[in-house]
Ligand binder design. Structure first.
Ligand code: FAD
Length: 371
């Protein structure tokens, strides 16, 4: 008989993936403890932009496309319920966004990229310069045209992760502060975790959702996984007005007014190890990109500048599945972790309980490819 004092599952990491997995397993009736060494959503999951965009990203079009489409549906189904249950305003909203063309070549690129969108039912509209400036007058008059995406959504990533954690606790889940230093072996299988303090927590299954730190050999007994941190920075600006209500993107640069009024500009892709400090070089790069989109932002005032780390796998795709008997990883969501969190949590639940996920996990996500 199961020892009722022990949790069925331990989740390592209180980012969006750890919290989503914890909630799903608790909903399936498991007793679950989540172990986080800093605070819930204190890294990428609390600082991400929060875009739910199924039209682009690693593996799109490709293996991530059906998962991304289902993920948007899952957010639309589940987030309002999470919000009602927890009282936390997740900020799920339709967020039409514009991909901008600054040159005729950019415009050709947008037409090329759009070829497969109708087959997936994505709602979009090509815009000429005049139409573009009618929609967003703050955009540079140099713009040639663009595309308006109506299939994009957003959440507040910090509140979303917090709502997952809160709903988890309401189902009896336990959140513990502590740093996991190793996996506890029981013969051939993993039977729990060892904390830095030396304390051992036993469990039937361990789910390792420790973000970019999973690839660092920090957790003794976890196989080396090719997961690295890719740093991204975002700046929040005070810029009075109501314009820039659409997120406007050119390549890696974007400008968007968020609910609450601040304008967010981003972002960078930096290989900087585990450094989570914002830099002046990134600030200059982000500003150059933002001013090329909306020159009026020159007068804006910086309110906040954050940096955080995307857990990114060697091939850019998520990494999910058993690494040993009794141990599962949920990681490598890169720039899409907020979007994919509900679906990845379903994949983990399917592995643990056999309850079928509402979209099949692509074979390309299987951690086995790196073992
Ligand atoms: C600038 C930026 C913008 C982004 N924008 C978007 C977006 O618009 N849409 C989108 O879908 N995604 C976006 N992302 C990506 C998204 O933020 C990540 O994919 C996601 O947050 C990763 O979640 P995670 O739970 O895997 O990792 P993390 O959020 O890094 O969480 C891992 C947690 O594990 C804990 N931990 C690590 N090791 C241990 C240990 N040994 N013991 C205990 N705890 C441990 C850490 O403290 C941390 O809290 C963005 C990322 C960045 C950087």
């Amino acid at each position: 008989m199961r020892d009722l004092r022990l949790p069925d599952a331990i989740i390592v990491g209180g980012g969006v993936l750890g919290c989503a997995c914890a909630l799903r397993l608790a909903e399936s009736g498991l007793t679950v403890t989540l172990v986080e060494r800093d605070a819930i959503a204190s890294h990428a999951s609390g600082n991400a932009y929060g875009g739910l965009y199924p039209t682009f990203g690693p593996g799109i079009p490709g293996p991530s496309l059906p998962v991304a489409i289902r993920s948007v549906e899952l957010h639309r189904e589940l987030d309002p319920r999470l919000q009602d249950e927890t009282g936390i305003d997740i900020g799920l909203r339709e967020a039409p966004s514009i991909e901008l063309a600054l040159t005729p070549e950019d415009m050709i690129g947008l037409f090329d990229a759009s070829v497969w969108w109708p087959s997936q039912g994505f709602d979009f509209k090509m815009l000429d310069r005049q139409h573009l400036l009618e929609i967003e007058p703050a955009i540079t008059p140099e713009a040639v045209g663009g595309v308006l995406h109506n299939s994009h959504y957003e959440v507040d990533s910090y509140r979303f992760t917090l709502a997952l954690a809160t709903a988890f606790e309401r189902r009896g889940g336990r959140i513990r502060s502590g740093a996991v230093a190793g996996l506890e072996r029981e013969g051939d299988r993993v039977g729990g975790v060892v904390l830095e303090s030396g304390e051992v927590l036993q469990a039937g299954v361990v789910v390792i959702a420790s973000g970019p730190w999973a690839g660092q050999g920090e957790i003794d007994g976890l196989p080396d996984l090719p997961i690295r941190p890719v740093k991204g920075e975002i700046i929040r600006l005070r810029y009075p007005g109501t314009d820039l209500s659409h997120r406007v993107v050119v390549g890696r640069s974007y400008v968007a007014r968020k609910p609450g009024g601040l304008v967010w500009i981003g972002t960078t892709d930096e290989e900087a190890g585990f450094d989570e400090k914002p830099t002046s070089a990134a600030r200059d790069e982000i500003f150059a990109g933002a001013l090329a989109i909306a020159p009026g932002l020159e007068s804006a005032e910086i309110v906040e500048h954050t940096a955080c780390l995307r857990p990114t796998s060697a091939d850019g795709l998520p990494v999910v599945g058993p690494v040993a008997d009794g141990a599962i990883v949920a990681n490598g969501a890169g720039s899409k972790g907020i979007l994919l969190s509900h679906a990845i949590a379903e994949f983990v639940r399917e592995i643990v309980t056999g309850e079928e996920a509402s979209v099949a996990m692509p074979a390309e996500y299987d951690v086995g490819r790196f073992l």
